[in-house]
Design a protein around this ligand. Structure first.
Ligand code: TYD
Ligand code: MG
Length: 460
């Protein structure tokens, strides 16, 4: 392929320059110019060939919305239930998925398992490995018990060769592991640079859209702010999944951050075993620690991640602090913790200004929904007063700055899940109280924080 002239394009305003400049000549932003390929002389198409436009739809005749047929996308389930859940039902024809996560968390393992499952479901698959040799991939497949797998493997890092192979072999699903190891010979920058990562991803996205091949890109999250990491690709792809989890525990969560073909915030739960990742169909069991008797500083929260309610234990430890007490939270937002402590002081008269406050969501799960507030507050007060909450107790609800307890979405489902798992007492926002009683569950509906504290004292 003839080498075309390279050009530097601003990622903010798409202005171009023949040389690299620190400051964009168009918008004046700093360090936004990256190397791109100028594919037509005169620059007429340059604006649209910049990587940021790569994922966009092709031009068509103008038509009223009502006359465009809304075709359902064709998807194939991999049969790995937890993965299909985050994908929104399975792999979509022509869909581009980005799967990010720390090195060593299990991306290659999961994808090899998924490719084998898809291959067996009748889709020809191609696994392009840039990080490991074919032999290393084969070794992993033996560990996973997939030695008889028909998945095609290609060890290659040059984009043009990969594109040629894909065109020649016509797989239905193609994995690129990882996008940071790929390079295009159109650019002079090193593999893993922003320019290369974007250019390669843009080509692969165009390939997916043009041919209907589903492309799965693996991206490492780098510790240094992920400059050339998966974040620069999020806008280009259809689906963004992130691996989460504590590398010290064997549990892994895969969360959908963006999904053009399904719900976001859906999570899949896996356990890393000797023989690869296994789906966990009842995740609540993981996130509850096993206390035989209730202990102070622990409150079970019913959280709703995606479409599935899950029970997670929130733990708090309040202890006398030094001159500048610490507020630390693991798996929950720290700013929110400071806010909740202020609400507790102002509206329930419970001061913690001279105390260290630590909160933790058990099992390495990360909770972002505000409906966790009430459980966090109850765990904190329980620790502060050294009194355990009753056995079989759950709570959820958002707490506002005025001390009000606001409803959580889909309260009924949360309560039903708790009852199903044998919980017996619930403190919930008034608006979430069910009209009909739920068998086995005593529900206390509250409107304010101070009311919640009173109810809990009455239960002790
Ligand atoms: P890997 O999929 O290589 O991670 P990534 O591609 O995200 O960098 O997973 C590597 C880790 O998983 C490694 O520490 C070993 C562990 N592992 C198992 O525990 N069981 C297995 O069956 C396999 C294949 C890996
Ligand atoms: Mg890997």
């Amino acid at each position: 392929m003839a080498k075309e002239k390279t050009l530097y394009t601003c990622t903010e305003c798409a202005a171009t320059s023949p040389r690299w400049l620190g400051k964009c000549p168009g918008c004046g932003a700093w360090n936004t110019l990256i190397e791109t390929v100028a594919d037509s002389p005169g620059g007429g198409r340059n604006r649209l060939s910049t990587p940021q436009y790569a994922g966009l739809a092709q031009a068509q005749a103008v038509m009223p919305l009502s006359s465009i047929e809304a075709t359902e996308v064709a998807r194939t389930a991999s049969g790995i239930e937890e993965l299909d859940r985050v994908l929104g039902g399975g792999v979509v024809e022509g869909g581009v998925v980005l799967i990010g996560g720390d090195p060593g968390i299990g991306k290659s393992t999961l994808l090899l398992q998924a490719m084998d499952a898809l291959q067996r479901a009748g889709l020809p698959t191609l696994y392009v490995t840039g990080e490991e040799s074919g032999a290393q991939v084969a070794l992993r497949s033996r560990r996973l018990g997939l030695e008889a797998s028909a998945v095609n493997v290609l060890a290659e890092i040059q984009l043009e060769k990969i594109l040629a192979t894909v065109q020649a072999t016509q797989p239905a699903v193609c994995v690129i592991d990882s996008i940071q190891t790929m390079y295009s010979d159109q650019l002079t920058s090193a593999p893993g640079s922003v320019a290369q990562v974007r250019e390669c991803a843009a080509h692969l996205t165009r390939l997916a859209k043009a041919t209907g091949i589903a492309v799965i890109l693996v991206g490492h999250v780098t510790k240094e702010g992920a400059i050339a990491g998966p974040r620069v690709l999020e806008h280009m792809v259809d689906t963004v999944l992130y691996f989460e989890g504590d590398t010290h525990s064997s549990f892994r969560l895969v969360r959908a951050i963006k999904n053009r073909f399904g719900a976001v915030n859906e999570i899949g739960v896996f356990a890393m075993t000797e023989r690869g990742l296994r789906g966990v169909s009842n995740p609540s069991a993981i996130f509850l620690s096993q206390h035989s008797e209730p202990v102070p500083g622990s409150c079970v929260l019913v959280t709703l991640e995606g479409t599935r309610p899950m029970l997670v234990e929130i733990q708090a430890l309040v202890d006398s602090g030094g001159p500048s007490p610490r507020r630390l939270s693991v798996g929950l937002e720290r700013d929110r913790l400071a806010m909740l402590l202020a609400v507790l002081h102002r509206h329930a008269g419970i001061a913690s200004a001279d105390q260290d406050v630590f909160v933790n969501a058990v099992g390495g799960v990360r909770i972002s929904e505000p409906a966790a507030d009430l459980a966090v507050l109850l765990a904190i007060t329980s620790s502060l007063r050294a009194r355990a909450l009753p056995k079989g107790f759950i709570a959820f609800g958002e707490v506002g700055l005025a001390g009000e307890v606001r409803p959580a979405p889909r309260g009924q489902e949360r309560l039903k899940e708790a009852a199903k798992l044998g919980f017996t007492v619930a403190v919930v926002p008034k608006a979430n109280a069910p009209k009909k009683p739920i068998a086995g569950l005593a529900i206390h509906a509250v409107e304010r924080v101070e009311e919640a504290m009173q109810v809990v004292r009455g239960l002790e």
